[in-house]
Ligand binder design. Sequence first.
Ligand code: PMT
Length: 411
Amino acid sequence: MNIVLGITGGIAAYKAPDLVRRLRERGAEVQIVMTNSAEEFVTSTALQAVSGKPIRSNLWDKEAEAAMSHIELARWADVVLIAPATAEVMARIVSGGAPDLLTTICLATEAPIALAPAMNRVMWSNLATQANREVLEHRGIHIIGPGIGSQACGEEGAGRMLEPDLIAATVFNLTGGKGQGLLEGKKVVVTAGPTREPIDPVRYITNRSSGKMGYAIAGAAVAQGADVVLVSGPVNLREPPGTEVVNVESAEEMYAATHAAIEDADIFIAAAAVADYRPVAVVKQKIKKNDEAMSLELTRCPDILASIAALDVAPFTVGFAAETENVVEYARGKLEKKNLDMIIANRVGRDCGFDRDDNSAIVLWDGGEREFPTSSKVELARNLIELAAEHFYAERGSETQPGLTVITNND
Ligand code: PMT
């Protein structure tokens, strides 16, 4: 894979040599294109040494352009990755401006473009930056991260560039280099989002799930080389690149779509917030408000997770437990009752779990547990997929694991 790696002027540029190494380890040819401000944070000498190619930075460099012009570079790229991507370069790409070599390549390439944003948390949450992110995503540009945590400026929040190995794995698998990573050759089915249980033609019962956790899980599985089917309730999210998405509305539809996808699946992860109950009957016309009170008769929805775990040939089955109290106790109960291989317990409420970019979790399995403190859902999903893969191979046979030694941590 030919990668044009754009480096722009942020402190996270110090991670660029490591990122180049990670991309080259996966067999990529990397041509670095730096902006002038990137040179303030990382030297072209170091980058040339790790990439093995002269660094490009100037659109008007006659000698370099004679060797490979900016148009040839744009055609050569199988993917253009910008890491770190500053707020400035995001804005420039949105506007279609091309004042330097990197943005000119972005304008001239037909290859997929991926950005790994890195900036101060206030700059990231600024409405202008968020509007630019939305436009970029709408145009099909992959936004990888950012992560949440302590920042170089001393603040804490969303805006850190994700770690180089995660960026490399994501880029590689999102853009056709599929087939590398912990889940190479494995099929993973994920459910995500809420369900809607109709009451009448205009009303339904639903919940506050945004789908962000499940979509991040699906993306993390793709980044580890898996073939991913994402069965999604109604959400407002872009489909994670590289996944096959099956859109559904109700719990019954999700049940049917999940069972249709599950044959030959290796791992099933149920991140969806599926309704437990639905109205017994859907009223044909809009219900009128004639009486002071009314009641709805509800009946149980099928339990998708329990039904998959009960299959004769069940995949490695991972549930979520959304709890407002006694999180670990209730989750362990669900692990046992539904006969799961693993359960991811997360506290939910007005200010945690649902419809946010961050989450924390305690993962439980027979005889062990591991806690993950609050991080972005993207980072948490990456950790959860690594842990699930580790246990999957430990339980289902490490001989199928691509080139890795299994270390099971039961502490
Ligand atoms: O979507 P987000 O806004 O990002 O929020 C993420 C999340 C909080 C929804 C997610 O992290 C989460 O906890 N998902 C599971 C929500 C849930 O329904 O939990 P539960 O404890 O009620 O259900 C336990 C498990 O059974 C879940 O894996 C659920 O998918 C599954 N289930 C539940 C009911 C049902 N009828 N069928 C099921 O498969």
